[in-house]
Design a protein around this ligand. Structure first.
Ligand SMILES: Cc1ncc(COP(=O)(O)O)c(C=O)c1O
Length: 355
């Protein structure tokens, strides 16, 4: 194996991690779509990460975060997100595997119905998480969480007085330690590409709380890779100036945690806000059409909140020539498919019989 890659892997893994998922996740070519689109299209299956059937990108982050929690002697994990947060649900599965108690504070962007609890929130209940639902009042999940920070802190303090040790994981697990999981993810993709004799031109992913994109960017720098372009598709409305800066900052904080020079800038990745549609957890026709296309051509499910919008963004860029014909493209499938079983407001027209 390439010495640079093994050196980069050793540096990230020196942080310490638990083995919670099933890695490496599969990496395979989408033969029929490649032919249809005129590119060499591969998929990295983070939807197969484990630890449950409803896996996704958060498990890589949690392997590093929960190792830290264990090392600190924590018995309880706090995390935050929307009521249909994949991150919250994956944190519960990972916490349970580690014998820790999950506590969730969830913002209701789409109000759940008490007698018809669905998808991630249903899984959270089955996992026995302590669930606190906060009304979002039209704000983003991040704003809701900021407004309620004092409530969370008081709860953590109360538990501390009762003798519990709480590990606090912010929205999306997007801390430097969490993002390190995706520095490792980038290395893993390069290892698999190398084994297949591939040189990746474009690596395409959804981006939300920034940890995945920041981690991939840190991984690219760690590997000394100058040829793979990272294209990321936003899934909620973001500040066009501050958001790229926050990704670069997290990439740099991740590099520093690993012991590398912080050389990331917003020029290290290509961000697109063109595929958000009406907003976070709000579906739209063109994205749903491409969710159906991937299912009907390759038999693969994506979700209407994250992986489907990113897939649509990537396809649109291929169709428009932003990603040129003949390129080798990797779609990072970040999971989230449990959202296919969420509220009608989230799935939109996916339940309609559209030919
Ligand atoms: C399925 C899915 N894809 C992508 C993302 C975005 O990852 P990040 O929050 O690290 O930007 C998330 C985050 O929750 C997710 O659940």
């Amino acid at each position: 194996m390439n010495e640079k890659l093994s050196h980069a892997r050793a540096k990230v893994e020196a942080l310490g991690k638990l083995q919670l998922g099933f890695y490496p996740t599969p990496f395979h070519k989408l033969e029929r779509l490649s032919e249809m689109l005129g590119v060499n299209l591969w998929v990295k299956r983070e939807d197969f990460s484990g630890t449950s059937l409803f896996g996704g990108n958060k498990i890589r982050k949690l392997q590093y975060l929960l190792k830290d929690a264990k090392d600190q002697g924590c018995d309880t994990v706090f995390t935050y997100g929307a009521t249909q947060s994949n991150h919250a649900m994956e944190t519960c599965t990972a916490a349970r595997r580690c014998g820790m108690r999950p506590v969730l504070y969830l913002g209701a962007i789409v109000e759940p119905k008490p007698n018809d609890v669905r998808a991630n929130l249903l899984c959270d209940r089955i996992l026995g998480a302590e669930i606190h639902i906060l009304p979002s009042e039209g704000r983003s999940t991040k704003d809701t969480m900021k407004a309620n920070a004092a409530t969370f802190a008081a709860h953590r303090e109360r538990l501390a007085k009762e003798g519990h040790k709480v590990y606090d994981i912010p929205v999306g697990g997007s801390t430097p330690r969490g993002a390190a999981g995706f520095a490792e993810g980038f290395i893993e993709i390069q290892e698999q590409a190398e084994a297949c004799g591939l040189k990746i031109d474009y690596l395409c992913t959804a981006t939300g709380s920034t940890g995945t994109l920041a981690g991939l960017t840190a991984g690219k720098i760690l590997c000394g890779n100058t040829t793979t372009k990272i294209h990321a598709y936003e899934v909620g409305k973001k500040d066009p100036v501050e958001y790229p800066k926050s990704v670069a900052k997290l990439a740099n904080d991740t590099l520093e945690l690993i012991g590398e020079a912080p050389t990331a800038t917003p020029e290290c990745f290509h961000l697109s806000s063109a595929y958000v549609g009406p907003g976070y957890e709000k579906p739209y026709k063109e994205a749903n059409d491409d969710i159906r296309l991937l299912a009907r051509v390759e038999g693969i499910f994506t979700d209407p909140v994250y992986s489907g919008k990113a897939f649509h963004g990537m396809l649109d860029e291929i169709r428009k020539g932003v990603i040129p014909q003949g390129s080798t493209v990797v779609y990072l499938h970040t999971g989230g498919t449990v959202a296919l079983f969420s509220e009608p407001e989230i799935i939109g027209d996916l339940n309609e019989d559209i030919a």
